[in-house]
Design a protein around this ligand. Structure first.
Ligand code: SAM
Length: 455
């Protein structure tokens, strides 16, 4: 691995940088694997390899080896998310500055593929609204799939430019900007990123980061919290932005507590507090984060009239046997029925009026001739009614199911059932008299052959 000399020169003098140790970790070939569990689906790590906790989060674990996640049905069931460990420090940034025992409105502005979004969802009060936005359409679709897999029902996935959020002035209590950056923090994992690195690109990223922050700040309420992070080591994308946020944009920098043993390096910048994660000092990739409080007032949201109509009870009656409907109202978009938590109804409606929403609440399915054709999202949600039949699968059958191959099961009853592995739903099947229809979504299916299936 050859790191550009202009890159190394640019890091000299930064707090925590040690050239020899930094170069050594980039050539050692060490690969760190870490995952974060989904507390709404499991209270323990469901992977059988040696593990140790990531110290700055209650949900993260380092694994002693990288198991083949593709062939673990619980990965597809959304029981955990494979995520780089340093980024999980978001938990400290949020919990040390925000009272998460209250419902909040939170925006994750640069959210795909969904690492921070799924983490935020686990930390927030369940009646919080999380708007997860991604400007690139194809990446927003991946974000939506990960939100569905996580089983969340309090998220709206949007596909907007940061500037579009000016339509929601002062709406959010917390805004997370995990900014697009030059990516040097991930060089160990992604060697191709090394070729794309240039001083010019760092300068362009820095300008873009400033533009993104300036565009989104009006959407943050007075006294609201801004969390800014990058996976770049460059001062122009890190400390320079912190300085701009306090000195020009008028935010107040907030200091975070870190344990000495974590080896996270504080990086002051004017009145702001940044935190540097160096791979030669801790078990994780390069990462940078700073937290702020907005001190200026925000413009008023303005009057709006609710435009989404909840479906009348007689239309939603067929849903009762599928979904535990307590606290939910049903709405219809493009012929599909979504469940919205009634306490979030007004906010979800407002977001739908002012942004481009790809997904919101929980997609229950499609009503056809007064019957529900259930959606995959409902299967993964943990909201299915108790009466829904479950079909437990062996590991081999679960993998065949996830490959969207034919499966056969010993079923006493016919009809729609939840295919499960170790009690965790994977998706829907429909048991007919002479065959089993596999409703695992085609676009999510495992394409590789399982080793024991190869001849
Ligand atoms: N937060 C994500 C996670 O934890 O999984 C990773 C986000 S990644 C560092 C930055 C994201 O910003 C990318 O998904 C990228 O598509 C998006 N992005 C690119 N250009 C952007 C822009 N001009 N404004 C906002 N987001 C942008």
């Amino acid at each position: 691995m050859q790191l550009p000399s202009a890159f190394i020169t640019s890091l000299r003098g930064l707090p925590g940088f040690d050239e020899a140790a930094f170069l050594q970790v980039h050539t050692s070939g060490e690969k760190i694997t870490s995952v974060r569990i989904n507390p709404s689906k499991t209270d323990h790590l469901p992977i059988h390899v040696n593990s140790i906790p990531v110290p700055w989060t209650r949900y993260g674990f380092y694994l002693s080896e990288r198991p083949p996640f593709t062939f673990d049905p619980l990965f597809h069931a959304g029981c955990y998310y494979v995520q780089e460990a340093s980024s999980m420090f978001l938990e400290q940034a949020l919990l040390q500055t925000t009272d998460c025992s209250q419902p909040l409105k939170v925006l994750d502005l640069c959210a795909a593929p969904g690492g921070k979004t799924t983490h935020l969802q686990s930390l927030l009060h369940p009646e919080s609204l999380l708007v997860s936005n991604e400007v690139i359409r194809s990446r927003a679709a991946v974000l939506r799939d990960n939100v569905i897999k996580w089983g969340a029902e309090n998220i709206a996935v949007t596909n907007n430019d940061p500037k579009d959020f000016e339509a929601l002035p002062g709406f959010f209590d917390v805004v997370v900007v995990d900014a697009p950056c030059s990516g040097s923090g991930l060089f160990r994992r992604d060697e191709e990123a090394i070729d794309e690195w240039s001083e010019n690109n760092v300068a362009l990223c820095s300008q873009r980061q400033q533009r993104i922050l300036a565009d989104v700040l009006p959407a943050l309420k007075e006294d609201g919290i801004l969390i800014y992070s990058t996976c770049s080591y460059s001062e122009e994308e890190d400390e320079v932005l912190l300085k701009w946020l306090t000195e020009t944009a008028g935010l107040e920098g907030l200091e975070l507590k870190t344990e000495e043993t974590w080896n996270i390096v504080p990086a002051r910048s004017g009145n702001a507090f940044g935190y540097r994660f160096w791979p030669h000092l801790l078990k994780g990739e390069g990462f940078f984060i700073g937290v702020f409080r907005k001190k200026s007032t925000a413009a008023a949201l303005g009057k709006y009239r609710a435009s989404t109509k909840a479906l009348p009870a007689k239309e939603t009656a067929p849903l009762e046997k599928w979904i535990s409907t307590t606290g939910l109202r049903f709405v219809s978009f493009g012929g599909k029925v979504y469940a919205w938590n009634e306490v979030l109804f007004e906010s979800l409606d407002l977001v739908a009026q002012r942004l481009r929403v790809l997904y919101s609440g929980l997609l229950a399915g499609e009503l056809m001739r007064e019957k529900l054709v259930p959606d995959h999202a409902l299967a993964l949600s943990g909201r299915t009614a108790a009466a829904v039949i479950r079909a437990p699968l062996s590991k081999e059958a679960a993998i065949r199911y996830l490959q969207r191959k034919d499966i056969s099961i010993e079923a006493a009853q016919k009809g729609w059932q939840l295919a499960t592995f170790k009690d965790h739903p994977l998706g829907w099947i429909n048991v007919l008299p002479n065959r089993v229809n596999n409703y695992y979504p085609k676009e999510l299916r495992i394409l590789k052959e399982y080793p024991s299936q190869e001849r």
